[in-house]
Write a protein that binds this ligand. Structure first.
Ligand code: 13P
Length: 247
């Protein structure tokens, strides 16, 4: 039985004071969190110690928004897995479309990051997804297959999350239709080759779309950007409800 994982990616939002205020309200939102789901938040690196401390005793896990492939060294501006472990971080996003685009991250580098994460006991959340041009050129499956294959070389599927994040749906308010997201998540699970691997959907997820997405059989959770910044909105998302009889 795959456990749902609802993750918030704060990107470059929230300083320490804002993270503390978020946690103050969000604690109440996860007081009666159903046991069939895990909640994860990825704040900016600087807010990790504050958020980790402010959410202590809650079922919320802390993720990093990236992780370096080396344990230490001359890599100005980077953060390593052992540094994250010191602050109770359990997950690390790798291969998000923003570092792929703005910092030219390659599938090879992303794979190294994912491998290092697993070596140190962090669960990598590997993001994959096509651009609008690629979708219109009917290259969606080919692009994602490549990202999965190259990104996951040498990776154990039982300590892994894959997030399908179509680039055209990120921050645009144009969520992918639940049935199409379900189809691609199913393909990803097949390419990973482990029926138990957790596959999330991400891209303009909000309180109005979450229940429909989580009712899809191949979607095991979501990776939420904008709507995870507000504790009430994210609270509604983590407390999604699927109609009885729908898995
Ligand atoms: P939005 O939810 O703001 O579209 O962002 C999605 C995302 O990139 C999560 O990693």
């Amino acid at each position: 039985m795959r456990k749902a994982v609802i993750a918030g990616n704060w990107k470059m939002h929230m300083n320490c004071a804002e993270a503390r205020a978020f946690a103050h309200t969000f604690r109440g939102q996860v007081e009666n969190l159903p046991e069939d789901r895990q909640v994860v938040i990825a704040p900016p690196y600087l807010a990790i110690p504050t958020l980790s401390e402010a959410l202590r005793g809650t079922p919320v896990a802390i993720a990093a928004q990236n992780v370096h492939w080396d344990k230490k060294g001359a890599y100005t501006g980077m953060v390593s897995a052992p540094m994250l472990l010191e602050h109770g971080v359990t997950h690390a996003i790798v291969g998000h479309s923003e570092p792929r685009k703005y910092y030219s991250e390659t599938d090879e580098q992303i794979n190294l990051r994912a491998r290092t994460a697993q070596i140190y006991g962090l669960i990598p959340i590997l993001c994959v997804g096509e651009s609008l041009d690629q979708r219109e050129a009917r290259e969606t499956e080919r692009v994602i297959h490549r990202q999965v294959e190259q990104g996951l070389e040498g990776i154990a599927p039982d300590r892994l999350i894959v997030a399908y994040e179509p680039i055209w749906a990120i921050g645009t308010g144009k969520s992918c239709a639940a049935e199409e997201a379900n189809r691609i998540c199913g393909l990803i699970r097949g390419w990973v080759g482990d029926p138990e691997v957790i596959v999330q959907y991400g891209g303009s997820v909000n309180p109005a779309t979450i229940d429909d997405l989580m009712a899809q059989p191949e979607i095991d959770g979501v990776l939420v950007g904008g709507a995870s910044l507000d504790p009430i909105s994210f609270g509604r998302i983590v407390n999604y409800q699927v109609p009885v009889g729908v898995s």
